[in-house]
Design a protein around this ligand. Structure first.
Ligand SMILES: Nc1ncnc2c1ncn2[C@@H]1O[C@H](COP(=O)(O)OP(=O)(O)O)[C@@H](O)[C@H]1O
Ligand SMILES: [Mg+2]
Length: 376
C-alpha cells in the first residue's frame, strides 16, 4: 500500500507528498481507542468542573507545552516556565522560555478563519521574536525551501518533506480530511491521522512538531469532542520520542496506519491518565491547605491566596496582590502565613528571592525537579 507519492524538484531531490491516509479498521484499534477517548473525556470533564477562570487548564497547557518543546530540544522546565510567567520574567534561558510560553498560549487559538490560517498564526507566535532575523522574518509564513530529516534508509541520507510547490495542494487535502465529519469514523483517529499527514507535509521551516501537537487538541475542541483543548500527547512524545518518530515513519513506509494509530492512541491515553492523577493530587493538596487554615477568619486573604497558589505555583507578592485585588501588605501577610505553614518557600538566590514557590504544586507537575528542592 502506498502512503503518498515522491516528486522530484528542479535539483533532482526526492520529496514526499502524503496521500489522505486510510483509517485502520476498528477491530485493529478499538482496545486502545475506547480507553484513550474515555481518558480524554474524563480529563476534559474534570477540567471543566474545576475551571477557576481557565487557570487550571492553563496550568496543564503549560505542562504540555514544556514537554512538547522538550521533545524538540528545549531546556525550559515546568518550574522555569512558571518563574518566567511571573512579573519577573526570569528563566535560565529567557528566549527558550518565551517560546515555550508562546506554545502554551497557543492552546487558546481557534480555527475560526480556517486551518491554514491557524497554522500560520501559531507559527508567528513561536518565531516572531526569534533573534535570528531570517527566522523572525519567516514567522507566520509557509516554507519556501524544501526541508528534510536525516534518514539512513535513503541513499542520500535524507528524507524530504513535501515540496514548497506542492504545498497548496497537499494542505488542501489535509484540510479537507481534517475538517471532514463522518459519523462512522472516530474523530480522535481522524485527528491523529491528520497529524501524520501534517508532519509529512511539514509546511513551515521549523516548529512543525510543536504546531502539529497543538492542532490535535485545538481541532478536537473545534469538532465538539472536548470542551477544552486538552487532547494532549506532548508528555508521552517527550518520553518516547524514538517510538513516536518510528511510528510516523512506519505509516509512510507500510502505507498502513494501524501501528501509527495504536502508538498515538497509547500516547494520548498515557498523557491523559498522568494528568488525571495530577488533578487528583492537586485537589487533595488544596483540601489539605484549606483545612490547615480552617481556623483563620473567613475574610482572611490567606484563603484566597491558597486558591491562587494552587494554580499559580510561582508568584511575587505584587503578582498575588494584583490578581487578588488586595493591598501589598495583606498579600504579603498571607504569603508569610503560607510560608510559615511550609506551603510556600522562597529560593535563596538573589535573582529569585522575590518569588514564592508552592513546591508541592511544582512537584506534581515538574518531573525533572531535583528531589532536594521538594518540600516533602
Ligand atoms: N521521519 C519522520 N517522518 C515524519 N515526520 C517526522 C519524522 N521525524 C520527525 N518528524 C516530525 O517532525 C517534527 C520535527 O519537526 P520541526 O519542524 O523541527 O518541529 P519542531 O521545531 O517543533 O520540532 C517531529 O516532532 C515529528 O513530529
Ligand atoms: Mg525544530
Amino acid at each position: 500500500m502506498s502512503s503518498g507519492t515522491y516528486e522530484f524538484d528542479d535539483r533532482g531531490r526526492k520529496l514526499f507528498k502524503p496521500d489522505v491516509p486510510s483509517f485502520p479498521t476498528l477491530d485493529e484499534v478499538h482496545d486502545l481507542l475506547d480507553p484513550a477517548m474515555a481518558s480524554v473525556r474524563e480529563f476534559d470533564r474534570r477540567l471543566g468542573a474545576w475551571n477557576r477562570e481557565a487557570a487550571v487548564g492553563r496550568l496543564f497547557a503549560g505542562l504540555d507545552a514544556v514537554h512538547s518543546s522538550a521533545a524538540e530540544g528545549s531546556t525550559t522546565t515546568f518550574t522555569d516556565l512558571m518563574e518566567y510567567e511571573t512579573s519577573l520574567r526570569i528563566a535560565p534561558n529567557v528566549d527558550d522560555a518565551a517560546v515555550v510560553a508562546a506554545v502554551a498560549d497557543a492552546f487558546q487559538e481557534d480555527a475560526g478563519d480556517g486551518l491554514e490560517g491557524l497554522v500560520l498564526r501559531i507559527h508567528r507566535r513561536l518565531f516572531e521574536r526569534a533573534r535570528d532575523k531570517m527566522v523572525a522574518a519567516g514567522a507566520g509564513k509557509l516554507k519556501t525551501r524544501a526541508n528534510f530529516v536525516g534518514d539512513p534508509e535513503f541513499p542520500e541520507g535524507f528524507f524530504g518533506y513535501t515540496s514548497p510547490s506542492s504545498l497548496a495542494d497537499a494542505l488542501r487535502n489535509w484540510r479537507e480530511f481534517t475538517l471532514a465529519a463522518d459519523p462512522r469514523t472516530s474523530e480522535l483517529l481522524r485527528q491523529l491521522l491528520s497529524h501524520w499527514m501534517f508532519e509529512h507535509i511539514h509546511p513551515v521551516p521549523d516548529g512543525n512538531g510543536r504546531i502539529g501537537r497543538l492542532l490535535v487538541p485545538i481541532v478536537m475542541k473545534l469538532k465538539g469532542q472536548t470542551t477544552m483543548a486538552c487532547t494532549f500527547f506532548g508528555e508521552a512524545v517527550h518520553e518516547e520520542k524514538a517510538m513516536y518518530f518510528a511510528a510516523l515513519k512506519d505509516g509512510r513506509i507500510t502505507g498502513r496506519m494501524t501501528n501509527y494509530a495504536r502508538q498515538m492512541l497509547a500516547f494520548v491515553r498515557a498523557t491523559a491518565q498522568a494528568n488525571l492523577e495530577r488533578m487528583d493530587k492537586l485537589q487533595a493538596l488544596e483540601a489539605e491547605w484549606k483545612s490547615h487554615f480552617a481556623s483563620f477568619r473567613s475574610d482572611s486573604v490567606v484563603h484566597r491566596l491558597v486558591r491562587y497558589a494552587v494554580t499559580k505555583p510561582v508568584f511575587t507578592v505584587n503578582d498575588a496582590q494584583a490578581q487578588l485585588g488586595v493591598s501589598y501588605a495583606a498579600a504579603n501577610t498571607a504569603a508569610q502565613a503560607m510560608t510559615r505553614a511550609g506551603f510556600l518557600a522562597v529560593p535563596e538566590d538573589v535573582k529569585r528571592d522575590r518569588l514564592f514557590h508552592a513546591e508541592e504544586v511544582l512537584a506534581i507537575f515538574d518531573r525533572f525537579r531535583p528531589q532536594s528542592l521538594q518540600v516533602r
